[in-house]
Design a binder for this molecule. Structure first.
Ligand SMILES: Cc1ncc(COP(=O)(O)O)c(C=O)c1O
Length: 391
């Protein structure tokens, strides 16, 4: 690295007030682009309950994501609850410990028993062999997660589900826009749930959607998200309030105009990280998977025992210099107190997930992340002993 460049990095990382670079920062469109839509909402006084923006966003998102039917929600957690209800799941559901805690919480909230299965060490997604071994006569479904937007082994999972008569709900919170060998990744499973939370690739501040296989299922889910109302006086299902407001839907429509640009800017930053990490011993990142359209939603690195300092040391060291990565997903969901007692939560049963959780740091990644920040993080990561140790 040229001397001048090193100097910039030293200045950036040793300045009195360090930069504050968080793991993500919501992508926002220019405010002027949103204002005319807000004026329309104000004029119409239609602010929620399936207004014009809600309908327009469902249509434009279905086209963008190349799916036939999609039901908007106020967030992905409620969407997952509604998906579970729509499929009337019972008993045990096989899922991953290596995810955000909502994945298991929605099962427990629905009176179901999560059964944790280890991950494939390459993709960090549920290992299909482990799924098959965990099926009992109580199992009603599988809830895999496309962690970091990396596709699960959807063909193997579908074959297992068919063989054993199980339902599949994909927690596709990270998988917005990902296209695999057979088109949109979101078309797999009985239902797929995507998140539009502020931290996600596409955000409506809060929001989410269920991708449905047919119009009949979408109608059922649309009723479920509106308290179960069939019409003004008839309630046919124990529904919930999962509706997305017109404000969030209008924001989503405007965000869609920028989504390709945002994904491509993320991709540039991922390439810079990959180049920077190529020669640092003890740090690895995920391989580039055979995906037709990745979404570059996260950039996890893994700190192994050959690295000069521990994962937590370098995590805190980066923070001291203003770079706030996150240890997604540590602790494992199975280590939280409401799950730790389950037989499937024992760490000996989850060796790959346990190892990966102890090694991971997701580095900051968002479309307008300053490239100089990446250089500064690389300078710290490539020479961690030269930086003050965390107090
Ligand atoms: C894997 C996973 N599942 C579910 C959720 C919940 O999504 P939401 O925040 O939209 O409810 C999130 C994220 O926030 C997530 O990362």
């Amino acid at each position: 690295m040229p001397f001048a460049c090193r100097l910039v990095i030293r200045v950036m990382t040793r300045q009195k007030t360090p930069p504050s670079v968080t793991v993500t920062r919501p992508s926002l469109p220019p405010l002027e682009a949103l204002v005319p839509h807000l004026e329309k909402i104000w004029a119409s006084r239609v602010v929620t309950s399936g207004g014009a923006y809600h309908q327009a966003l469902e249509e434009r998102l279905s086209a963008y994501l190349a799916v036939d039917h999609l039901a908007l929600f106020n967030n992905a957690t409620v969407a997952l609850l509604a998906a579970i209800k729509a499929l009337d799941l019972q008993g045990e559901v096989i899922t991953t410990p290596y995810s955000f805690v909502a994945t298991a919480h929605v099962l427990q909230w629905s009176g179901l028993s999560p059964v944790f299965v280890d991950i494939d060490p390459k993709t960090l997604n549920l290992d299909p062999q482990g799924i098959e071994a965990a099926i009992t006569d109580q199992t009603s479904a599988i809830m895999p997660v496309h962690v970091y937007g990396t596709p699960c082994d959807v063909d193997a999972i579908e074959a297992i589900a068919r063989r054993h008569g199980l339902k599949v709900i994909y927690d596709a919170a990270h998988a917005f826009g990902v296209r695999c060998h057979c088109g949109s990744l979101l078309r797999h499973g009985d239902l797929s749930v995507v998140s539009f939370h502020a931290t996600k690739v596409f955000n409506t501040f809060e929001g989410g959607a269920i991708v449905c296989p047919d119009a009949k299922t979408k109608r059922r889910i649309d009723r479920l998200k509106n308290f179960g109302f069939e019409n003004e006086v008839t309630v046919t299902q124990t529904g919930i309030n999962g509706k997305m407001s017109e404000f969030n839907a209008a924001l989503g429509l405007v965000q869609l105009d920028y989504i390709d640009q945002h994904i491509s800017q993320r991709g540039e930053r991922v390439r810079a990280y990959r180049e920077g990490l190529a020669n640092i011993e003890g740090l690895t990142c995920l391989p580039e998977f055979d995906v037709i359209q990745p979404n570059h939603s996260y950039f996890p690195i893994f700190v192994d025992e050959t690295y000069p300092v521990s994962r937590d040391h370098i995590y805190h060291c980066l923070q001291q210099h203003g770079f706030y990565g996150r240890r997604y997903f540590y602790p494992l969901i199975s280590d939280f107190p409401m799950y730790a007692h389950l037989p499937s939560a024992a760490s000996g049963h989850l060796p790959h997930a346990s190892r990966v959780a102890s090694q991971v740091i997701c580095l900051p990644l968002y479309p307008d992340l300053d490239m100089a920040a990446i250089d500064a993080m690389m300078a710290i990561l490539s020479d961690p002993l030269a930086y003050p140790s965390p107090s």
